[in-house]
Design a protein around this ligand. Structure first.
Ligand SMILES: [Fe+2]
Length: 189
């Protein structure tokens, strides 16, 4: 790809796929708490709490955070970031014919998807911004935690069979830099 008079230099900004080791211990509890959560049908998905008030305390969030926080720490550590914030979170349930069209997450460092219940092969797809026809080769299964740079186009493919998929999504933003010297070495511990 060329932009006249400019350089376009591809850099490696990682996509993280982490297996949540506690998945089988927490799945049923979190699914139960989602049933207790205020929700309504989405435009292209069966049900979600996306439209509920930002300040509404989703019942599933704190128990989930207890487990996943350490995984998100790995993402921040990759960038020498000392602090990050969880800016919003939501769940989505997809059944046959449901999908989420390609989109980015404006103002978000990393957007994250925990695949809580996904018997089929319906992991998110994301596209290479250097080659817009290229779907990135990312393998996802139930129990995985996907972290994508917020500016990366991604979607949720249409469910074609009689399975359903429930995910929890959340956005994080980096908030604090580690103290590094000019050689990129940490100066404090
Ligand atoms: Fe998304």
């Amino acid at each position: 790809m060329k932009i006249q008079g400019k350089q376009l230099i591809p850099v490696n900004v990682p996509i993280f796929v982490q297996k949540v080791n506690e998945h089988h211990l927490i799945k049923d509890e979190i699914m139960g708490l989602i049933k207790e959560t205020k929700q309504r049908p989405g435009e292209t998905m069966s049900t979600t709490d996306w439209f509920e008030d930002y300040n509404y305390k989703r019942p599933y969030w704190e128990p989930l955070l207890f487990t996943i926080d350490k995984y998100m720490r790995h993402v921040a550590d990759q960038f020498n970031v000392t602090h990050f914030s969880y800016d919003n979170y939501w769940f989505q349930t997809y059944t046959k014919g449901d999908k989420h069209c390609p989109h980015v997450h404006p103002g978000v460092h990393y957007t994250n998807v925990y695949y809580l219940d996904m018997p089929g092969d319906y992991g998110s797809r994301s596209w290479d911004p250097m080659d817009k026809n290229k779907v990135l080769d990312v393998k996802i299964e139930e129990g995985d935690l996907l972290s994508l740079p917020g500016q990366l186009m991604h979607d949720s493919p249409e469910i074609l069979d009689n399975t359903s998929k429930t995910i929890i999504g959340f956005n994080i933003n980096f908030q604090g830099n580690a103290n590094l010297d000019t050689n990129y070495r940490t100066t404090t511990n």
